[in-house]
Design a protein around this ligand. Structure first.
Ligand code: SIN
Length: 286
C-alpha cells in the first residue's frame, strides 16, 4: 500500500489497495487503521462492487465497531446500517447538507468514524471537505484555550439539518434524541490528542456562567454566543482542511472524533448517491 499525504494539515490517499481485502487481512487492516489515526481522513479511488461489495463495505467498517443506524436517513434495503445519502433532482429539500459538522454529536456517544462510498456524482461539483480539529485546537490563542478549559456544550439536532423538518417530527424525535452534553475540548481516546469539539450541532455552553464571566444575563449572550460562534468557525480555516473531488466508487474513511466535514452543494439538481457506514463511538471525555 502506498500512502500519499494530500495536505500539510489532514488527509492521505491510499494507492494499490482493495478495501475488500482489508476485511480478511489483519495486517492490511492494521496499516490502514494506523494511517487513519495519523492522517484523520483517508481516500481511495476505484473501489467498485467487485473490489468492495456492499457486504464488505459494512464488514470493513464493522472491524472498527458496531454500525450506527441514522435517526433521519434511511439505510439501503438490503444492507441495514449502510445509510443512503441520495440527492435527486426531484427532492431538492433533501439537498440541505452544507454545514461544517461532526456526525450526530447530538447523541450521547457520537460515531467514532465512517466509511463513505460514492456511487454516482455530478461530473463536476459536490466535493466534500474535512477539517482537522486537533490542529484547530492546537492553533487557538493561549488565552482562548484557558477560557474554554472545562466548558461543556449542549448539542441538538435542531440546530442544523433538522431545522428543515416539520415541527411535529422534530418534537417527536426530541424524546428519542434529547440534547447531548459534550466537553468543548475532548481527548481522543486512542491518540490522546486534544480536539476542539464543537460544530453545527452545538447550541450553547451549559456551564458558562461564573462570577468572572457573567454579571447580568446579557453578558451570557454576548460572551457565550460569540465565543461559541468563534470556536465553531475554526473549522472554516483552509489551513486545517482538505477538499476531495469524488468520482464514482471513490471512498473516504474518516475519524469523526477529531474532524469535521462539509459536503459542498455547488452542483445543479442531479443525482449524487453516497453510501455511508458510520461506526458507533464512545462518550467523549475531557
Ligand atoms: C456526510 O455528511 O456524512 C456526507 C458527506 C457527503 O455526502 O459528502
Amino acid at each position: 500500500m502506498r500512502v500519499e499525504q494530500l495536505t500539510c494539515a489532514i488527509g492521505a490517499e491510499l494507492h494499490d489497495v482493495n478495501l475488500g481485502d482489508a476485511v480478511r487481512d489483519d495486517g492490511l487492516f492494521n496499516d490502514i487503521y494506523a494511517a487513519l489515526l495519523k492522517f484523520k481522513v483517508l481516500f481511495l479511488r476505484d473501489q467498485d462492487f467487485e473490489k468492495l461489495s456492499r457486504k464488505d463495505h459494512m464488514a470493513f467498517a464493522m472491524r472498527m465497531g458496531q454500525l450506527e443506524t441514522h435517526p433521519m436517513v434511511p439505510s439501503h434495503p438490503e444492507a441495514p446500517g449502510l445509510v443512503q445519502i441520495y440527492k435527486t433532482p426531484e427532492k431538492p429539500a433533501d439537498r440541505y447538507e452544507n454545514s461544517w459538522h461532526c456526525d450526530t454529536t447530538f447523541r450521547e456517544a457520537p460515531p467514532m468514524g465512517a466509511v463513505l462510498r460514492c456511487i454516482e456524482c455530478p461530473p463536476v461539483g459536490g466535493d466534500t471537505m474535512w477539517a482537522n480539529m486537533v490542529l484547530a485546537y492546537e492553533k487557538l490563542p493561549e488565552y482562548v484555550k484557558q477560557e474554554i478549559e472545562g466548558l461543556i456544550a449542549s448539542h441538538s439536532f435542531n440546530a442544523s439539518f433538522a431545522a428543515a423538518m416539520p415541527q411535529e417530527k422534530r418534537l417527536a424525535m426530541k424524546t428519542q434524541y434529547p440534547d447531548a452534553e459534550h466537553p468543548v475540548v475532548r481527548t481522543h481516546p486512542e491518540t490522546g490528542e486534544k480536539v476542539l469539539f464543537v460544530n453545527a450541532f452545538a447550541t450553547h455552553f451549559v456551564n458558562y456562567h461564573s462570577e468572572g464571566r457573567v454579571r447580568f444575563g446579557q453578558d451570557y449572550n454576548k460572551g457565550g454566543s460569540d465565543l461559541m460562534q468563534y470556536l465553531i468557525s475554526q473549522a472554516y480555516n483552509p489551513e486545517y482542511q482538505v477538499r476531495w473531488r469524488w468520482r464514482p466508487y471513490s471512498v473516504a474513511i474518516w475519524d469523526n472524533r477529531c474532524t469535521q466535514h462539509y459536503a459542498v452543494m455547488d452542483y445543479p439538481p442531479c443525482h449524487r448517491k453516497m453510501e455511508r457506514a458510520a461506526i458507533v463511538g464512545d462518550k467523549p471525555f475531557r
